[in-house]
Ligand binder design. Structure first.
Ligand SMILES: Cc1cc2nc3c(=O)[nH]c(=O)nc-3n(C[C@H](O)[C@H](O)[C@H](O)COP(=O)(O)OP(=O)(O)OC[C@H]3O[C@@H](n4cnc5c(N)ncnc54)[C@H](O)[C@@H]3O)c2cc1C
Length: 380
């Protein structure tokens, strides 16, 4: 009943098989531990090699031993990871969609050969440092600088909100070289590179989010990078994974609320028997169904090489918004139980506040769509 328009029949057998395998893995390996990690503000790093066997890292790449998945299969995998927790899908997006995409698109052959197989197998970990304390929605305002020194480069600057940075073996860092934004690889540990966990997060607690300080730290240029369009090309892949991933969070909340409403009795009947409860479930299922169709079509366009950044913006913006609405409604339907971490909806609700903000805020995606519609940029 969560697949109201029979999306199932649009999927190839291998896509269904991967989705089912991922769903089972999340249920048996991740859900039993997520609550403790969320409370502690930690990530179950011991599960990273298992995530790689699902194709979670660079899954759509067809080279360097990566899984070569269709975009639908990869999307379904992201959906199942985020059914567990946005932090789990974020870990995969940072490693695959951001770090590996940057190396794949802009790295030299030697950089690709060195890093992509190791990152794809989860034997090495990567991060992607774009955001800075003073440059979030406007990354062009970054202060990080690179200067040439000998055969290499030296980086100085600060990054903030960087996923996986404290456990990363390689950091993709965006910095200005002669006023042009370029990508650099920093092999860590490295003198002058310091990453530490950010404290006090009330959202995305089961994910590692860090500040980075770079003080005369050596970096290697990603030779194919140049201009803001380079990090944005990586963000497009990550935004695609969010469009699918948030469906998983929405489905988890919808199913939890539906199951709870069918057993919770008030006024001598299940609360599912009240009209107001049924209207909430009807709204959730309708929005999820629309979001499923958006995500599926986007994936097909992506595989045909026709998905535009604005289409990706629409799917990211819509699917985050509906997932957050589902999480809030589910929490409400569970009454007081909804605030306990015995259930999933409150955790998803808190996480989705981050997902709403990162990879371009909802406002910025509205402006990207506005530019597409009118031909006038309201932000540049
Ligand atoms: C959990 C988490 C993980 C993250 N991981 C990473 C990572 O791995 N790597 C990385 O580089 N970054 C990461 N980020 C950073 C994220 O991408 C930024 O937070 C995001 O781009 C927004 O920037 P900001 O927080 O500085 O908000 P700001 O840009 O300061 O925006 C504040 C508010 O102003 C609004 N606003 C800004 N400009 C405009 C405008 N022109 N018109 C209308 N409204 C506007 C925004 O929509 C927002 O509501 C992460 C963030 C979080 C929360």
């Amino acid at each position: 009943m969560s697949d109201f328009y029979d999306i199932e029949s649009l999927l190839r057998p291998e896509e269904r098989a991967l989705r089912d395998r991922a769903r089972e893995w999340v249920k048996s390996r991740y859900l039993p531990v997520v609550r403790d990690h969320y409370r502690a503000g930690t990530f179950p790093t011991e599960l990273i090699p298992e995530m790689s066997t699902l194709g979670a890292f660079g899954g759509t790449l067809k080279t360097h031993g990566c899984a070569g998945l269709s975009s639908v299969a990869y999307g379904l995998l992201m959906q199942e990871l985020e059914r567990g927790d946005s932090g789990l899908r974020t870990m995969a997006s940072v490693q695959g969609a951001l770090c590996m995409t940057a190396i794949n698109l802009f790295g030299s052959d030697a950089q690709k050969d060195r890093w992509l197989p190791l990152l794809g197998r989860g034997e090495k970990l990567g991060c992607f440092g774009l955001t800075e304390p003073g440059a979030g929605s406007n990354p062009a305002g970054m202060q990080s600088r690179a200067v040439a020194r000998g055969a290499g480069y030296v980086l100085n600057g600060d990054k903030m909100w960087i996923g996986n940075a404290n456990i990363a073996d390689v950091a993709v860092i965006w910095a200005k070289l002669d006023d042009d934004i370029r990508g650099f690889l920093v092999n860590t540990p490295r003198d002058g590179f310091h990453a530490e966990l950010m404290e006090g997060k009330l959202s995305m607690r089961a994910a590692l989010t860090c500040r980075i300080e770079m003080r005369n730290c050596e970096g290697e240029l990603l030779p194919g990078s140049g201009g803001l369009k380079s990090p944005l090309a990586c963000l497009n892949h990550a935004r695609f994974s969010i469009a699918w991933g948030t469906l998983g969070a929405a489905l988890a909340c919808y199913e939890e609320a539906r199951d709870y409403a069918l057993v919770r009795q008030q006024f001598d009947r299940p609360i599912a028997g009240f009209q107001l409860t049924q209207a909430k479930l009807a709204d959730m299922l309708t929005e999820i169904t629309k979001a499923q169709l958006l995500a599926w079509r986007l994936a097909v366009l992506k595989d045909e090489g026709r998905a535009t950044p604005a289409q990706i913006s629409m799917a990211k913006r819509n699917n985050v918004e509906i997932a957050l609405a589902c999480a809030r409604t589910a929490r409400e339907m569970l009454g007081a139980m909804g605030i306990l971490d015995d259930y999933q909806c409150f955790r998803h609700m808190c996480n989705l506040e981050s997902v709403k903000t990162y990879e371009g805020t909802q406002d910025m995606h509205a402006l990207i769509l506005g530019r597409e519609i009118t031909g006038i940029s309201a932000f540049a």
